[in-house]
Design a protein around this ligand. Structure first.
Ligand SMILES: [Zn+2]
Ligand SMILES: [Zn+2]
Length: 271
């Protein structure tokens, strides 16, 4: 049997580089993809640290990648071997109650599967279920590297910026400049809210809910006072409440919040 290199989570904080069998098609909507680029995500660290109860010890980590289709199941008509593709971090059927409403991360047949419950992409090959919905051909004009972040990191930043529903004159604050925070700041500046319409984008590194709440960021209050879209000092209380409610959420959730409060709308929380 052909084998490949794969990074495996062994449980109890342990990772190991192992030889694993090259995956094979298991269902009509599967594809086998040869991985050319993959990312490391904070979520991988969450798994390593035991913070993801649904993760299965022994799983190959990794849920964002680009590669070349090697084989497709007989239910796949939109992909062919040889296609360069970018993968969505979520596996979704496209047809259940949640998928039909766009909440594909809640797909009753999928969700966060790759690199969590089934073998992921920090390996030479990966089996992708629901490949017809989860894989997107990469246009010739884009390199693999160009397309790498669309499956998770860029999509998360874009989604956060999109949820803010910015209006001219708004100020966006991005707390935490990891890869998702950087993409959120870029998208806030670029997406449908051109700078000439008056949007200001502020981005700060090193701020997390926990550090803010613990008072570990000395100038946090000064930072919060600069948030001019928020009224009457409500931001600090709102941030505290929201942080407690959404503890463990990622940066873009915070990015949602100021614009929503400023506009007097409810928080666009779908979880
Ligand atoms: Zn991720
Ligand atoms: Zn579904």
């Amino acid at each position: 049997m052909d084998t490949m290199n794969a990074l495996v989570w062994k449980g109890d904080g342990a990772l190991s580089l192992e030889r694993r069998p090259v995956p094979t098609l298991q269902g009509p909507r599967d594809a086998i993809v040869r991985v050319t680029r993959s990312t490391i995500c904070t979520s991988d660290l969450h798994i390593r640290n035991g913070a993801v109860p649904r993760a299965r010890p022994g799983v190959v980590l990794g849920h964002e990648f680009v590669g070349v289709v090697e084989a497709v199941g007989n239910g796949i008509s939109n992909l062919r071997p040889g296609d360069r593709v970018a993968a969505c971090c979520e596996s979704f059927c496209g047809d259940c109650w949640f998928c039909r409403r766009g909440y594909v991360n809640n797909c009753v047949h999928g969700g966060w599967e790759l690199g969590c419950r089934i073998d992921g992409c920090q390996a030479e090959y990966v089996r992708v279920p629901f490949a017809d919905t989860g894989l997107t051909p990469i246009p010739d004009a884009l390199s693999d590297e160009d397309a790498l972040f669309v499956g998770d990191i860029l999509a998360s930043g874009y989604w956060g910026a999109e949820l803010c529903a910015f209006q001219p004159g708004d100020t966006a604050v991005v707390l935490g400049l990891g890869p998702v925070g950087l993409c959120a700041a870029e998208c806030a500046a670029l997406a449908r809210i051109a700078r000439e319409r008056g949007l200001n984008v502020w981005a700060y590194t090193g701020y997390t809910y926990e550090r803010l709440l613990a008072g570990e960021v000395p100038d946090a209050l000064a930072l919060l006072e600069q948030v001019d879209v928020l009224v009457d000092g409500e931001f600090v209380e709102a941030l505290r409440d929201i942080s407690l409610r959404f503890r463990g959420s990622s940066n873009q959730r915070l990015l949602d919040v100021p614009a929503s409060l400023a506009a007097g709308r409810p928080i666009p929380w779908e979880g």
